[in-house]
Design a protein around this ligand. Structure first.
Ligand code: HEC
Ligand SMILES: [Cu+2]
Length: 407
């Protein structure tokens, strides 16, 4: 009895889940928003209708013959074995139909590869489990990760996915492109095979390690177009969506300007409250570490060590920062993390109840830097250390400390 009830509850849940999934589910191919996607849609419809016509013709004839020429009416089976005429007819007609369909299909497939005369190029690198976008013409370069709300919700069983807009289909930094521009994409991967797919653009393209695949698009109207990685690329394959925002040229130019400005600025070294460090630290953790070390910091036994109660985490901070930046043969290096994110992250993993550590300390962005780092960050600034003096202490490396002592 209990089993039946559970089964019933299960199927009700399943049915309600399916229903919400059906809301934006259509049977046909999407029309999309590009010249190419319209073309592919038209080709798909053309071939569909050819198939429908053939189906109606063949089955119509068959059912008509079966019914009207049935044995009970006294019909005799016609005998036309080895009739050359019939054999020629039923070879030639399908051949003509196939050629008729192959011609437009071949032209369409050739057009998909016509990346010449594109006005800009974007390199897309698939990584476990996010996308890396590099605008080859203007130097914009960023990573696009699953948005924080989805990331957290799919990992915490008590959170409700229905409360998250575009659950699992949203990212922190979408790919921004101009409309009415021919854009060439270059696809590759730094680990396993991924596949970049935005249905509204009309195609998907594999991102293979060691290879570069090309594709192009020309989006006509502004909008937000969503897609996913469609290659089974490992455990978190379902958590690397694609979001493309197409903007009018003018808005796009403005976006390029502000993005380049932001990109050329160094990290924000200003002092933060403890609450801010912890909150931002959670974002950094969710983006970079959670896939392996898990939302509760317990890791996965045998694969990824726990950060909870780990001596490396709650011990010496400089060593912790050094470890995270350097990585190991089994853990990726996080050299890319700017000082503010490093400070937030370190504060978070040492002090968050979610991770299960409570060292009771905090780190400001400047404390995650050495004087050498500062010189590197602000090469034009003679007294780079000044940047941090107002905010907090800077710990010189042994090298700079001894150099300073010697001079
Ligand atoms: C791709 C999986 C992966 C990611 C992502 C990852 N780690 Fe690790 N981490 C590992 C593995 C594997 C080890 C064990 C390293 C070894 O033994 O060589 C490890 C070890 C550690 C340790 C040492 C733990 C101990 O007690 O030995 C710390 C600290 C750590 N990681 C922090 C982080 C932080 C912080 C991030 C995010 C910025 C992060 N890791 C991202 C896989 C990962
Ligand atoms: Cu993937």
């Amino acid at each position: 009895m209990k089993k039946t009830k559970q089964l019933l509850a299960c199927s009700v849940l399943l049915a309600s889940g399916l229903e919400s999934a059906h809301a934006d589910y259509t049977l046909n191919l999407v029309k999309g928003v590009t010249q190419l996607s319209h073309r592919l849609y038209d080709l798909h419809m053309l071939i569909l209708w050819v198939c429908v016509a053939i189906g109606v013709g063949v089955f119509g004839t068959m059912f008509y013959s079966i019914y009207h020429h049935r044995k009970s009416k006294g019909h005799q089976a016609a005998q036309f074995h080895e009739s050359t005429t019939v054999e020629i007819i039923w070879t030639i007609i399908p051949t003509l139909i196939l050629i008729g369909m192959a011609v437009p299909a071949t032209y369409a497939v050739m057009d998909i590869d016509k990346v010449e005369e594109s006005e800009m190029s974007i390199k897309v690198t698939g990584k476990q489990w996010y996308w890396d976008y590099e605008y080859l013409d203007n130097g914009i370069h960023f990573e696009s990760h699953l948005d924080e709300a989805s990331e957290k919700t799919h990992r915490v069983s008590t959170m409700d996915p229905r409360s998250v807009p575009n659950y699992l289909l949203n990212v922190d930094k979408p790919l921004v492109i101009p409309t009415k521009t021919k854009i060439r994409f270059l696809f590759t991967s730094s680990d396993v095979i991924h596949s970049w797919w935005v249905p509204d653009l009309g195609w998907k393209k594999d991102a293979n390690p060691g290879f570069v695949n090309e594709a192009w698009t020309y989006v006509e109207k502004p909008g937000t177009y969503r897609g996913q990685c469609t290659e089974l690329c490992g455990r978190d394959h379902g958590f690397m969506p694609v979001v493309v925002i197409a903007m009018e040229q003018e808005q796009y130019d403005a976006w390029v300007k502000t993005t380049l400005e932001k990109q050329s600025q160094g990290p924000d070294l200003s002092k933060q409250s403890r609450a801010s460090l912890l909150a931002k630290g959670e974002s950094v953790y969710l983006k970079n570490c959670v896939a392996c070390h898990q939302i509760d910091g317990k890791g996965i036994s045998g694969w990824y060590p726990a950060l909870r109660d780990s001596g490396k985490v709650i011990g010496n901070v400089d060593q912790l920062i050094g470890f995270v930046q350097a990585g190991t043969s089994k853990m990726p290096a996080f050299k890319k993390l700017p000082a503010n994110e490093l400070a937030e992250l370190v504060t978070y993993i040492r002090n968050s109840a979610d991770i299960g550590n409570n060292v009771n300390d905090e780190f400001q962005p400047c404390q995650a830097l050495t004087l050498d780092d500062l010189d590197e960050l602000f090469p034009d600034n003679d007294d780079a250390g000044q940047q941090c003096k107002e905010h907090g202490e800077v710990k010189p490396t042994a090298k700079t400390a001894s150099a300073a002592a010697g001079s």
